[in-house]
Write a protein that binds this ligand. Structure first.
Ligand SMILES: NC(=O)c1ccc[n+]([C@@H]2O[C@H](COP(=O)([O-])OP(=O)(O)OC[C@H]3O[C@@H](n4cnc5c(N)ncnc54)[C@H](OP(=O)(O)O)[C@@H]3O)[C@@H](O)[C@H]2O)c1
Length: 298
């Protein structure tokens, strides 16, 4: 048995930081992030692949600033589409495997139910368009790849919605949060675990595993919620002194908070295909949130 050589891109992001802590015991791990590697320069990324010759690439890099993407279209396209497409082409040429992540924002949110993998994408913003183009470039390359679309990713580090909400709640007696955006709050650790625990342990098994299971899947926190429900659940689960001022949360509508990028209203993902293919149960988003908030207690 030979462990695989794994290359992780985006090790400092919400998902990548957690993924490194899963992948480091699954093979020989090489982990990079900006500025050691720059996805606006696809040639250099491909040169690194030639150099390292990984068996498997886990790509957690993305341009995720949804509003900023509206004015930085070429940068978002390079990072979310062009370079993932070049990585996929390299995988195809060298018979290696790729795991990549996409977003619920490939959908417009008008369907009125949770989205399945075969529902028609129709992004409302540049970020969603660039992520959809990335999916298509990978699928068209015909490399062996798993693409996981996920939604509302948060971690207890950095600038996630949970961290931002807690800082607002320390500041204000009452907060207004939108109740018309529905998604799946997804703890980055859960996403890292559920995406990596399915991988083979033996390098020789990778191509058969990806041949058999490759394709597009939805993978996000179980159940769905509005941003208001998510926020209320954060407040209800603070089991320690967090210096919170907020006593009341009030509902608001998305149109009351104008932003450069238009967001889908109901873009929650149906994740049954992941569960039935890989035989894993996705935990409810409320359980993930409770465990994530436990970390605040130290
Ligand atoms: N966050 C969400 O709510 C959400 C929702 C749905 C889907 N997703 C998808 O889930 C995946 C993981 O998202 P995430 O929340 O973990 O993202 P994230 O925290 O924003 O991390 C993205 C990583 O990419 C790196 N990066 C950005 N520009 C780069 C460049 N030019 N070259 C190399 N690296 C660069 C970032 O480095 P710097 O920090 O140095 O810029 C960061 O480490 C992505 O595919 C994303 O599209 C996320």
């Amino acid at each position: 048995m030979t462990p695989p050589k794994i290359l992780l891109f985006g090790k400092n992001g919400q998902l990548g930081w957690e993924a490194e802590r899963q992948l480091f015991c699954m093979g020989d791990l090489f982990a990079y992030d900006y500025p050691q590697i720059d996805f606006t320069d696809p040639k250099k990324v491909v040169a690194l692949l030639d150099d390292i010759q990984p068996d498997f690439i886990y790509n957690a890099v993305a341009f995720t600033a949804v509003d900023q993407a509206e004015s930085e279209i070429s940068k978002a396209t390079l990072i979310n589409s062009t370079t993932p497409g070049e990585i996929a082409a390299w995988c195809k040429r060298n018979q290696r495997s790729l795991m990549h992540f996409s977003t619920d924002y490939v959908f417009d949110g008008y369907l009125g139910r949770d989205y399945r993998e075969d529902d028609l994408p129709h992004p409302l913003n540049v970020y969603g368009q660039s992520k959809l183009a990335g999916e298509q470039a990978i699928l068209q390359s015909e490399c062996t790849a798993l693409i996981f679309r996920t939604s509302w990713v948060y971690s207890m580090r950095g600038e996630s919605f949970v961290i931002k909400f807690l800082s607002w709640a320390r500041d204000k007696d009452e907060l207004r949060v939108v109740d018309d955006q529905i998604g799946n709050p997804t703890w980055a650790r859960m996403l890292a675990q559920l995406s990596s625990c399915i991988l083979p342990i033996n390098k020789e098994d990778f191509s058969a595993f990806f041949d058999q299971n490759g394709g597009l899947y939805h993978l996000a926190g179980g159940g769905a919620a509005s941003r208001l429900q998510w926020s209320q659940e954060i407040l209800d689960n603070l089991t320690h002194e967090a210096n919170i001022k907020t006593k009341n949360l009030a509902g608001a509508k998305t149109y009351e908070f104008p932003a450069p990028a238009c967001r889908p209203l109901h873009s929650a993902l149906n994740c049954e295909k992941y569960e039935s293919t890989f035989g894993r149960k996705i935990p409810h988003w409320k359980l993930g949130l409770r465990l994530a908030l436990d970390e605040l207690a130290g």
